[in-house]
Design a protein around this ligand. Structure first.
Ligand code: ADP
Length: 430
């Protein structure tokens, strides 16, 4: 129980004691010596109390203070009160940490906390089971010494944690883990590892299925197209003539679709390294220009190519060519006759930029975000007429993601559109 300490009362007691000693000294004819002895007694008593306090603080196992009186009692009570308060706080904190740990143990993902020096502070049960961490043996060990996957180490050291990565599990190479790192507090990191084997297996199955079906369809379709081309068009039967022409154009569309599906599958499965070969983009775009001129015969657009001849980049040439030609051919196809198209390949302060601008009809804002989805078309009937498969911009998106870039689309209705992408300066080849 707290009760206020009275300095006046305490001082009065000392004064009464000294006056009593002084009077005793006066009786014995030596007041000064009596006061000196009285002061020494006071000092010795206080030293004795200090000694007791020290013993209680450092050597006693008892929480409750020894019984004393006067202002020493007040000091003991104060310390006792602080100790009890700290103990309760510690208990509360301990209970909180326990609840947090129990919660984290119940997480369906492996979780590891590391400090600013990448040393493990804590990990949950799943991290021990799935990632092979040993607890408490691995406490204080560097995480990058325990998870040795090169891709993980690269991700961990780069410090750019805005996206997760997928790599095989350190214990079982059949399992795929998605690692996500979240910085928090004072340079601490929380690593969450999730088993995504099933999702990536399904994704692989989907890719294989599309690639196989497209491949299997190619041969019969080539045979059918061949026979349709060989069949004579009868002059006396307009119905058969029309049917043959329609069959010819529809098989052509199917062939385009299958070719695009195969290109998309190839890009998705591509293991080609972007940094291996340098691409002469200028020469590549000159070929695209020649094809664009052929395609432009009916459209009569004014097409301008502004290309920097010395700007070479690292990349996969077939993929970049596919992306650029898709953008150029789209501009030709979706711009009304006699339009203006401008293609540029130039250096920018942060890399190399490819862009195609047209003064076509433009695209409504609500469609722009969805344009790179497979088979998404703004105007289905019109796209069918152009012979488009609906996969062009999807191919562009995959190619650019393989080259660590993305497609930028700006468009204004009835004014025109610009499709562009920038390759990072790291990709510029000297
Ligand atoms: P498609 O094979 O149908 O051309 P894409 O994926 O290449 O498919 O393009 C998707 C849709 O984006 C097209 O159907 C078209 O509506 C729109 N689009 C693409 N490029 C342009 C452009 N330059 N101007 C206007 N619309 C465009």
């Amino acid at each position: 129980m707290y009760y206020p300490f009275s300095w006046v009362k305490s001082l009065t007691k000392v004064m009464i004691f000294l006056v009593f000693i002084a009077s005793l000294g006066a009786l014995l004819d030596d007041t000064l010596v009596a006061i000196l002895v009285g002061t020494l007694v006071l000092l010795a008593t206080n030293y004795w109390q200090l000694y007791k306090l020290n013993r209680w603080l450092w050597h006693s196992r008892k929480m409750s203070p020894p019984t004393v009186s006067g202002f020493w009692e007040h000091i003991y009570e104060g310390i006792y009160y602080l100790q009890r308060r700290n103990r309760n706080k510690r208990k509360e904190l301990g209970a909180l940490v326990k609840r947090f740990r129990e919660g984290s143990e119940a997480l369906p993902d492996a979780a590891v906390v590391v400090d600013a020096n990448a040393r493990i502070i804590w990990c949950n049960r799943l991290a021990r089971i799935e990632m092979g961490l040993r607890w408490p043996t691995d406490s204080g060990m560097r995480l990058d010494n325990l998870i040795r996957h090169p891709e993980f180490i690269d991700y961990f050291h780069k410090g750019r944690f805005d996206h997760p990565i997928e790599v095989s599990s350190p214990l079982n190479p059949q399992k795929i883990f998605e690692y996500r790192i979240m910085p928090y507090g004072e340079s601490h990191l929380l690593l969450i590892a999730r088993d995504v084997s099933r999702v990536s297996q399904l994704e692989e199955m989907r890719k294989d299925f599309v690639a196989n079906v497209s491949h299997e369809l190619r041969t019969p379709l080539t045979v059918i197209t061949g026979y349709i081309e060989l069949l004579p068009v009868p002059d006396d039967n307009p119905f058969i003539a029309k049917a043959l022409q329609e069959m010819h154009s529809q098989t052509g569309r199917m062939q385009n679709l299958i070719e695009d599906l195969l290109i998309l599958s190839r890009i998705e499965a591509s293991a080609e390294r972007v940094f291996e070969k340098s691409v002469n983009v200028h020469a590549m775009l000159r070929q695209v220009e020649a094809e664009a001129i052929t395609l432009n015969k009916d459209k009569q657009h004014e097409i301008e190519f502004n290309l920097d001849p010395s700007l070479h980049v690292f990349g996969v040439e077939t993929e970049l060519r596919s992306a650029c030609s898709n953008l150029v051919f789209n501009a030709i196809n979706y711009t009304p006759v006699c339009g203006k198209i401008r293609v540029t390949w130039e250096k920018t302060p942060s890399g190399a930029m490819f862009s195609v601008s047209d003064n076509g009809d433009g695209i409504e804002e609500k469609h722009i975000a969805r344009l790179t989805e497979r088979f998404y078309r703004v105007d289905k009937a019109r796209s069918r007429k152009t012979g488009g498969s609906g996969l062009g911009l999807s191919i562009v998106k995959h190619v650019l993601s393989h080259h660590n870039s993305h497609l930028e689309i700006t468009s204004t209705l009835r004014v025109g559109s610009t499709f562009s992408f920038e390759l990072d300066e790291q990709l510029i080849a000297e």
